[in-house]
Design a binder for this molecule. Sequence first.
Ligand code: MLC
Length: 490
Amino acid sequence: MSSSVQPMRVKAAYHRIVDNFQPVFLVSLAAASLVALMRLGTEELTSLVRELQPVHLFFIGFLPAAAVIFYLMRRPCTVYLTDYACFHSSFNHPLARIPMASFVEHNKKTPSMNERSVRFISRLLERSGLGEETCLPAAHNFVPTHEYCTLDNARAEFELVVFSAIDDLLAKTGIAPDAIGILVVNCSLFCPTPSLVDMIIHKYNLRGDIRSMNLSGMGCSAGLISVGLARNLLQVAPRGSHALVVSTETITPNYYVGNERAMLLPNCLFRVGGAAALLSTSPVNARFRLKHLVRTHTGAGNDSAYRCVFQEEDDEGNVGINLSKDLMVIAGKSLEANITRIGPLVLPLREQLQFALSLVARKVFRARTKPYIPNFSKAFKHFCIHAGGRAVIDELQKSLSLSDEQVEASRMTLHRFGNTSSSSLWYELAYMEAKGRMRKGDRVWMIGFGSGFKCNSAAWECIEPAPNADGPWATSIHRYPVVIPDVLKH
Ligand SMILES: CC(C)(COP(=O)(O)OP(=O)(O)OC[C@H]1O[C@@H](n2cnc3c(N)ncnc32)[C@H](O)[C@@H]1OP(=O)(O)O)[C@@H](O)C(=O)NCCC(=O)NCCSC(=O)CC(=O)O
């Protein structure tokens, strides 16, 4: 056996023990009792058996059986990711890539935007980490753009993005639409009536008894909230049920036309994108197993966290999303809150101890030591960090001490697709799969951030990597990773 295989086996065994602590403990206890009984001499054993009353025998048989039944009944059933699909544009569609230069030109033609704002936009675009192939809504092909940001066009954008992703998913999985019993959709800023779930149910003729949920206003971390919600519903639905989760942001109605810098930033970062994922309690054809999902909210009583991604009107009455300059610091703190909860579930014991000691030293004894950053590479092979912006990825890379390769999927997703809000994590997973880096048994950590302020994370284990690079990266993976140069300030 090679020297590298041994530690991997030990690690896999460790994960199995931690994941199945209760049964491992009970089986060990039973084995220890059996060994103790066998150590008794035959005479001692016979006299012990003779002394047993019927009531003892009843409890000896009944209690272990009751414990096993209780354990099996209480154990939530495992939820699997059957597959996922992401929207990607084809160049012959009106919703196509819009070069940065055209975007800046079109901004110039927006009467309410002044020259200073246009200069700011063009400066930010150079430094944003976004490439030339990201996708804007069809309205951005027209001038003045804001006049085309209508409700009809917003619906058309949603339909194009989401229906394409769902079509792809249904084709990949071969699942019939009427086998879908649960539907969860999250889209933060576009919330029409009838709702987005109604649009999907109508289009795909889904079941009349479908349990459907429409999440809006939940920000970029809502994708994992949807996964968590679908998981909870699946665990109380009949075994083998299927849940469709759709994560997207509709850009059309959110074009900000004022001159507030903090509100111009989203125009530069957010791009069209969406993903559809099929979850099930059936392991048949499953590609990933959902191991953990941890949600943390740091907005309670905390004004700066609550307001750091805030939809509002500027002084001229133009509606937009105000992104605070404090966002990176707040994201760092909310990440800390999240890793405090997910760490014990996934980290090896040694890392947990070091993290706990550092936390106690700082919180209880007010020691001025640096927080200990657990080595999450010991728990995960792949990292999907929300591609919120270059500075957000920088902050997370620093906070988690990750290598350039570990944040490559996030940076490349930002470059190729922009900030696609809650769906960005799926584009990142697709990147790793398209690169052929995913292996059976690999663990993946998805970390989403968003308004509120929330940090949600999910741990997956790969069962079956993608058979090919089909998907959002099909036409561009050979060009990635690209070097993203540091642009000097001017
Ligand atoms: C936009 C950037 C790429 C710019 O990078 P730079 O290296 O140029 O950094 P920088 O900080 O010097 O910024 C350049 C100029 O932009 C200005 N600037 C930057 N951030 C600003 C903000 N929030 N409000 C107002 N101005 C801002 C700076 O003052 C500076 O202006 P001057 O040069 O004049 O001094 C980066 O700052 C970035 O990635 N920011 C994070 C974006 C973000 O918040 N993403 C999360 C989206 S929300 C999300 O994804 C979740 C959700 O919606 O729920």
